[in-house]
Design a protein around this ligand. Structure first.
Ligand code: BTN
Length: 260
Protein backbone atom coordinates (compact mmCIF):
# COMPACT_ATOMS: atom_id res chain seq x y z
CA UNK A 1 0.00 0.00 0.00
CA UNK A 2 1.38 3.41 -1.00
CA UNK A 3 0.49 6.25 1.34
CA UNK A 4 2.41 9.11 -0.21
CA UNK A 5 0.25 11.57 -2.09
CA UNK A 6 0.68 10.79 -5.78
CA UNK A 7 -2.15 13.14 -6.68
CA UNK A 8 0.24 15.93 -7.68
CA UNK A 9 -2.36 17.91 -9.59
CA UNK A 10 -4.73 18.03 -6.61
CA UNK A 11 -5.92 21.56 -5.75
CA UNK A 12 -8.50 20.63 -3.12
CA UNK A 13 -8.57 21.69 0.52
CA UNK A 14 -9.76 18.47 2.15
CA UNK A 15 -10.78 15.93 -0.52
CA UNK A 16 -7.94 13.50 -1.23
CA UNK A 17 -5.52 15.13 1.18
CA UNK A 18 -5.27 11.66 2.71
CA UNK A 19 -4.78 9.22 -0.14
CA UNK A 20 -4.31 5.45 -0.23
CA UNK A 21 -3.30 3.56 -3.36
CA UNK A 22 -3.97 -0.18 -3.10
CA UNK A 23 -2.43 -2.38 -5.79
CA UNK A 24 -5.28 -4.86 -5.38
CA UNK A 25 -8.35 -4.88 -3.15
CA UNK A 26 -11.75 -6.56 -3.24
CA UNK A 27 -13.62 -3.28 -3.55
CA UNK A 28 -12.54 0.26 -2.67
CA UNK A 29 -16.02 0.84 -1.20
CA UNK A 30 -15.77 -2.25 1.00
CA UNK A 31 -12.26 -1.29 2.06
CA UNK A 32 -13.49 2.10 3.29
CA UNK A 33 -16.47 0.45 4.97
CA UNK A 34 -14.06 -1.70 6.96
CA UNK A 35 -11.55 0.96 8.01
CA UNK A 36 -13.32 4.29 7.35
CA UNK A 37 -14.13 5.00 11.00
CA UNK A 38 -10.44 5.51 11.71
CA UNK A 39 -9.67 7.66 8.67
CA UNK A 40 -10.06 11.39 8.13
CA UNK A 41 -12.91 13.03 6.27
CA UNK A 42 -12.13 13.19 2.56
CA UNK A 43 -9.80 10.18 2.47
CA UNK A 44 -9.52 8.84 -1.08
CA UNK A 45 -8.79 5.20 -1.96
CA UNK A 46 -7.76 4.17 -5.46
CA UNK A 47 -7.19 0.57 -6.53
CA UNK A 48 -4.88 -0.76 -9.22
CA UNK A 49 -7.27 -3.72 -9.50
CA UNK A 50 -10.52 -4.65 -7.77
CA UNK A 51 -11.13 -8.38 -7.39
CA UNK A 52 -14.79 -7.98 -6.33
CA UNK A 53 -15.90 -4.58 -7.62
CA UNK A 54 -19.53 -3.83 -6.83
CA UNK A 55 -22.13 -2.13 -8.98
CA UNK A 56 -25.57 -0.81 -8.17
CA UNK A 57 -28.52 -3.08 -7.35
CA UNK A 58 -26.34 -5.98 -6.29
CA UNK A 59 -24.54 -6.22 -9.62
CA UNK A 60 -20.80 -6.73 -9.97
CA UNK A 61 -18.51 -4.14 -11.56
CA UNK A 62 -15.71 -5.13 -13.90
CA UNK A 63 -12.61 -2.95 -13.98
CA UNK A 64 -11.96 -4.04 -17.56
CA UNK A 65 -8.52 -5.55 -17.04
CA UNK A 66 -7.32 -2.63 -14.89
CA UNK A 67 -8.27 0.01 -17.48
CA UNK A 68 -10.78 1.53 -15.10
CA UNK A 69 -10.10 4.14 -12.42
CA UNK A 70 -11.66 2.57 -9.32
CA UNK A 71 -11.90 5.24 -6.65
CA UNK A 72 -13.85 5.79 -3.44
CA UNK A 73 -13.86 8.62 -0.97
CA UNK A 74 -14.98 8.96 2.61
CA UNK A 75 -17.42 11.57 3.91
CA UNK A 76 -17.75 12.09 7.63
CA UNK A 77 -20.02 15.16 7.48
CA UNK A 78 -23.01 14.14 5.35
CA UNK A 79 -26.33 14.25 7.25
CA UNK A 80 -28.11 10.91 6.78
CA UNK A 81 -31.15 12.56 5.22
CA UNK A 82 -29.00 13.91 2.39
CA UNK A 83 -27.57 10.49 1.48
CA UNK A 84 -30.07 9.73 -1.35
CA UNK A 85 -28.82 12.80 -3.27
CA UNK A 86 -25.13 11.97 -2.98
CA UNK A 87 -24.99 9.81 -6.16
CA UNK A 88 -26.49 12.65 -8.22
CA UNK A 89 -24.05 15.16 -6.74
CA UNK A 90 -21.13 12.83 -7.49
CA UNK A 91 -22.43 12.43 -11.05
CA UNK A 92 -22.08 16.18 -11.54
CA UNK A 93 -18.55 16.18 -10.08
CA UNK A 94 -17.46 13.32 -12.34
CA UNK A 95 -19.10 14.91 -15.37
CA UNK A 96 -17.21 18.15 -14.83
CA UNK A 97 -13.93 16.25 -14.31
CA UNK A 98 -14.39 14.07 -17.40
CA UNK A 99 -15.07 17.18 -19.47
CA UNK A 100 -11.92 18.85 -18.12
CA UNK A 101 -9.63 15.94 -19.03
CA UNK A 102 -11.25 15.00 -22.35
CA UNK A 103 -12.25 18.41 -23.70
CA UNK A 104 -15.57 16.78 -24.70
CA UNK A 105 -19.10 17.35 -23.45
CA UNK A 106 -20.31 14.63 -21.09
CA UNK A 107 -23.84 14.04 -19.84
CA UNK A 108 -25.73 12.21 -17.12
CA UNK A 109 -28.23 9.40 -17.41
CA UNK A 110 -30.51 9.71 -14.39
CA UNK A 111 -29.72 9.01 -11.72
CA UNK A 112 -25.97 8.74 -11.77
CA UNK A 113 -24.36 7.20 -14.84
CA UNK A 114 -21.98 9.58 -16.57
CA UNK A 115 -22.00 9.28 -20.35
CA UNK A 116 -19.61 10.31 -23.05
CA UNK A 117 -20.74 10.05 -26.65
CA UNK A 118 -23.84 8.10 -25.60
CA UNK A 119 -21.92 5.33 -23.79
CA UNK A 120 -21.41 4.83 -20.06
CA UNK A 121 -18.05 6.17 -18.96
CA UNK A 122 -18.67 6.07 -15.21
CA UNK A 123 -20.83 4.25 -12.70
CA UNK A 124 -21.30 5.48 -9.16
CA UNK A 125 -22.13 3.52 -6.03
CA UNK A 126 -22.71 5.41 -2.77
CA UNK A 127 -23.03 3.56 0.50
CA UNK A 128 -23.15 4.44 4.17
CA UNK A 129 -22.35 2.97 7.53
CA UNK A 130 -24.82 4.04 10.11
CA UNK A 131 -24.84 3.47 13.83
CA UNK A 132 -21.94 4.02 16.21
CA UNK A 133 -19.76 4.73 13.21
CA UNK A 134 -21.49 7.15 10.93
CA UNK A 135 -20.04 7.86 7.52
CA UNK A 136 -20.75 7.76 3.81
CA UNK A 137 -18.70 6.39 0.95
CA UNK A 138 -18.85 7.53 -2.64
CA UNK A 139 -17.40 5.02 -5.10
CA UNK A 140 -16.88 5.58 -8.78
CA UNK A 141 -15.54 3.52 -11.65
CA UNK A 142 -14.34 5.65 -14.54
CA UNK A 143 -13.47 3.90 -17.80
CA UNK A 144 -10.11 5.24 -18.90
CA UNK A 145 -8.10 3.03 -21.23
CA UNK A 146 -10.34 0.12 -22.21
CA UNK A 147 -10.58 -0.86 -25.84
CA UNK A 148 -13.75 -2.06 -27.59
CA UNK A 149 -12.33 -5.61 -27.28
CA UNK A 150 -11.99 -5.22 -23.49
CA UNK A 151 -15.65 -4.21 -23.27
CA UNK A 152 -16.75 -7.04 -25.58
CA UNK A 153 -14.93 -9.58 -23.42
CA UNK A 154 -16.73 -8.24 -20.35
CA UNK A 155 -20.05 -8.06 -22.32
CA UNK A 156 -20.38 -4.35 -21.63
CA UNK A 157 -22.21 -3.28 -24.75
CA UNK A 158 -22.98 0.27 -23.71
CA UNK A 159 -19.64 1.18 -22.18
CA UNK A 160 -17.38 3.97 -23.35
CA UNK A 161 -13.83 4.85 -22.29
CA UNK A 162 -11.83 8.06 -22.43
CA UNK A 163 -9.43 6.23 -24.73
CA UNK A 164 -12.18 5.26 -27.18
CA UNK A 165 -13.57 8.80 -27.15
CA UNK A 166 -10.28 10.64 -27.64
CA UNK A 167 -7.70 8.08 -28.89
CA UNK A 168 -5.42 9.04 -25.98
CA UNK A 169 -4.23 6.99 -23.01
CA UNK A 170 -4.92 8.36 -19.54
CA UNK A 171 -3.02 8.28 -16.26
CA UNK A 172 -5.21 7.14 -13.35
CA UNK A 173 -3.90 9.61 -10.81
CA UNK A 174 -4.09 12.60 -13.16
CA UNK A 175 -7.71 11.83 -13.98
CA UNK A 176 -8.45 11.21 -10.29
CA UNK A 177 -7.00 14.64 -9.39
CA UNK A 178 -9.07 16.36 -12.07
CA UNK A 179 -12.26 14.68 -10.82
CA UNK A 180 -11.56 15.43 -7.16
CA UNK A 181 -10.77 19.07 -8.00
CA UNK A 182 -14.24 19.36 -9.52
CA UNK A 183 -15.95 17.21 -6.90
CA UNK A 184 -14.97 19.23 -3.84
CA UNK A 185 -16.76 22.49 -4.81
CA UNK A 186 -19.82 20.58 -6.07
CA UNK A 187 -20.09 18.67 -2.79
CA UNK A 188 -19.57 21.83 -0.71
CA UNK A 189 -22.28 23.67 -2.62
CA UNK A 190 -24.60 20.72 -2.03
CA UNK A 191 -23.90 20.75 1.73
CA UNK A 192 -24.17 24.51 2.12
CA UNK A 193 -26.96 25.40 -0.31
CA UNK A 194 -28.76 22.12 -0.96
CA UNK A 195 -29.34 20.16 -4.15
CA UNK A 196 -31.66 22.94 -5.38
CA UNK A 197 -28.53 25.01 -6.07
CA UNK A 198 -27.27 22.31 -8.47
CA UNK A 199 -30.62 21.36 -9.97
CA UNK A 200 -30.44 23.51 -13.11
CA UNK A 201 -26.97 22.22 -13.96
CA UNK A 202 -28.14 18.68 -13.28
CA UNK A 203 -31.22 19.02 -15.49
CA UNK A 204 -29.27 20.55 -18.37
CA UNK A 205 -26.76 17.65 -18.12
CA UNK A 206 -29.41 14.95 -17.95
CA UNK A 207 -30.15 13.10 -21.19
CA UNK A 208 -33.01 11.13 -19.65
CA UNK A 209 -35.37 14.12 -19.62
CA UNK A 210 -37.92 14.13 -22.43
CA UNK A 211 -37.13 10.49 -23.26
CA UNK A 212 -39.47 7.55 -23.42
CA UNK A 213 -38.27 5.37 -20.58
CA UNK A 214 -38.79 1.95 -19.15
CA UNK A 215 -38.79 2.03 -15.39
CA UNK A 216 -38.29 -1.11 -13.37
CA UNK A 217 -40.02 -0.69 -10.04
CA UNK A 218 -40.01 -3.62 -7.63
CA UNK A 219 -39.13 -5.92 -10.49
CA UNK A 220 -42.09 -4.72 -12.58
CA UNK A 221 -41.45 -2.99 -15.88
CA UNK A 222 -43.48 0.14 -16.70
CA UNK A 223 -43.14 2.55 -19.59
CA UNK A 224 -43.60 6.28 -19.71
CA UNK A 225 -42.05 9.64 -20.42
CA UNK A 226 -39.44 11.35 -18.25
CA UNK A 227 -40.81 14.84 -17.58
CA UNK A 228 -38.68 16.50 -14.91
CA UNK A 229 -36.24 16.11 -12.06
CA UNK A 230 -37.46 17.27 -8.67
CA UNK A 231 -35.51 18.93 -5.85
CA UNK A 232 -35.33 15.60 -3.98
CA UNK A 233 -33.60 14.06 -7.03
CA UNK A 234 -36.54 11.97 -8.14
CA UNK A 235 -37.44 11.59 -11.80
CA UNK A 236 -40.99 12.70 -12.53
CA UNK A 237 -42.46 10.33 -15.11
CA UNK A 238 -45.76 10.27 -16.93
CA UNK A 239 -46.87 6.65 -16.72
CA UNK A 240 -50.34 5.60 -17.89
CA UNK A 241 -51.57 9.20 -17.59
CA UNK A 242 -50.28 9.54 -14.02
CA UNK A 243 -47.34 11.69 -12.93
CA UNK A 244 -45.15 9.52 -10.71
CA UNK A 245 -41.96 10.63 -8.97
CA UNK A 246 -39.44 7.80 -9.30
CA UNK A 247 -36.89 7.86 -6.52
CA UNK A 248 -33.21 7.32 -7.26
CA UNK A 249 -32.06 3.99 -5.91
CA UNK A 250 -35.51 2.47 -6.16
CA UNK A 251 -35.79 2.22 -9.91
CA UNK A 252 -33.66 1.43 -12.87
CA UNK A 253 -34.36 3.46 -15.98
CA UNK A 254 -33.66 2.50 -19.56
CA UNK A 255 -34.54 4.41 -22.68
CA UNK A 256 -36.64 2.27 -24.96
CA UNK A 257 -34.36 2.71 -27.91
CA UNK A 258 -30.77 2.09 -26.86
CA UNK A 259 -28.97 2.75 -23.63
CA UNK A 260 -30.21 6.22 -22.65
C1 BTN B 1 -22.78 0.99 -11.28
O1 BTN B 1 -22.89 1.67 -12.29
O2 BTN B 1 -23.40 -0.07 -11.14
C2 BTN B 1 -21.89 1.48 -10.16
C3 BTN B 1 -20.47 1.03 -10.33
C4 BTN B 1 -19.55 1.54 -9.23
C5 BTN B 1 -18.16 1.00 -9.36
C6 BTN B 1 -17.20 1.64 -8.39
S1 BTN B 1 -15.53 1.22 -8.72
C7 BTN B 1 -15.03 1.91 -7.21
C8 BTN B 1 -16.07 1.54 -6.19
N1 BTN B 1 -15.79 0.25 -5.62
C9 BTN B 1 -16.73 -0.65 -5.93
O3 BTN B 1 -16.73 -1.85 -5.56
N2 BTN B 1 -17.68 -0.09 -6.69
C10 BTN B 1 -17.40 1.31 -6.92
Amino acid sequence: MKEENGLEALRTIWLGRRFLYLEEVDSTNDYLKRVGAGLPHGTVVIAGRQSAGKGRMGRSWSDGGGGCLSMSFLLQDLPTGRMPLLPLVCGLGVKRGVEKVSGLAASIKWSNDVLLGGGKICGILCESRLGKENFAIAGMGINLNQTREDFKTATLDYAESLFLATQKKYDKLKVASAILNEMEPVYEKFLQQGFESLLEEYKSSCVTLGKHVRVIIDGKSREGEALDILADGSLLCLIDGEKLPIRAGEASVRGLYGYI
